[in-house]
Design a protein around this ligand. Structure first.
Ligand code: C2E
Ligand code: CA
Ligand code: CA
Ligand code: CA
Length: 258
């Protein structure tokens, strides 16, 4: 019900009341889950395609128990102004859980979290609290925030880089895809959206785009990662064109750390 509610509430349909109710209900449950820390990080491996060695882990939010999947509760939280709390909770727990491992960690930051004026102070505090070295942390941001707030974002990313953190551009190719900011902003890693990986062996367009983005990343001296690698043929193809990193069910789903 809540699943449909998130989509229905904008439309003037007979289900409007029902949709609105279940959306409010889901929001209330989400607030409760945040209080009880029922939003927790799962971890998905990121792998070096050439060697097969694990490069790092991406932390992904999960609502444990009777919760909704992230595809539903993250957009809901974004609309309601709660995503910022999710990001902080996931970040804090992920740092705590992985601090003792000598491993890279990537984390998703919503636009609101990235632009939050207290972000830097807060990051410094939690990194210190868990003894987590800044250079092992990679923050994933999306294209839309770069396009919507270019001046603020440039300053913010620069400050994060100065702290020693690394920046990844998430879901590359899924949105605006202006190439100009790739050379202008301090980005370290491009994560190519999984729709392109899905087109390997099926769509010449997807393959052409993948080849171009990998070449572009190489020319700009950026790391490149393909999302959604599910089959050995996709991995082999990506390796062949020189994509350095991969992430997807082929290497492992997101799961609890243990
Ligand atoms: P994302 O950042 O693009 O994360 C990758 C998504 O692809 C994850 O979905 C992951 O489970 C899924 N995935 C990984 N490998 C494969 C594969 O081989 N095939 C397919 N079909 N899917 C794969 P998930 O965990 O449902 O998260 C959905 C989105 O929610 C994430 O997309 C991210 O945008 C957002 N999200 C998750 N956690 C957080 C968070 O803590 N903060 C914020 N702001 N957003 C988050
Ligand atoms: Ca991500
Ligand atoms: Ca992504
Ligand atoms: Ca995403």
């Amino acid at each position: 019900q809540a699943k449909r509610g998130g989509r229905l509430w904008l439309g003037y349909t007979p289900e409007l009341d029902q949709g609105l109710r279940s959306r409010l209900e889901a929001l209330q449950r989400l607030r409760g889950a945040l209080k009880k820390k029922q939003i927790q990080p799962y971890f998905q491996p990121i792998v070096e395609l050439r060697s097969g060695v694990r490069w790092g882990l991406e932390a992904l939010a999960r609502w444990v128990g009777e919760g909704l999947p992230p595809d539903l509760f993250i957009p809901l939280a974004e609309e309601a102004g709660l995503v910022h709390q999710i990001d902080r909770l996931v970040l804090c727990q992920a740092l705590r859980l992985t601090a003792s491992r000598e491993e890279r960690l990537t984390l998703n930051l919503s636009p609101r979290s990235l632009l939050d004026e207290n972000l830097l102070r807060w990051l410094e505090r939690v990194l210190g609290q868990w003894g987590f070295p800044a250079h092992r942390l990679w923050l994933e941001v999306t294209e839309s925030v770069l396009m919507d707030n270019p001046v603020q974002v440039r300053a913010r990313l620069g400050a994060l880089k100065e702290m020693g953190l690394n920046i990844a551009l998430d879901d590359f190719g899924s949105g605006y895809s202006s190439l100009s900011y790739l050379s202008e902003l301090p980005i370290d890693l491009i994560k190519i959206d999984r729709r392109f990986t899905a087109g390997i062996g099926k769509s010449q367009r997807s393959e052409a785009i993948l080849r171009s983005v990998v070449a572009l990343a190489q020319n700009l001296g950026l790391l490149c990662l393909a999302e959604g690698v599910e089959r050995p043929e996709q991995r082999a193809w990506l390796q062949e064109v020189g994509c350095a990193l991969g992430q997807g069910y082929l290497f492992g789903p997101p799961q609890a750390l243990e």
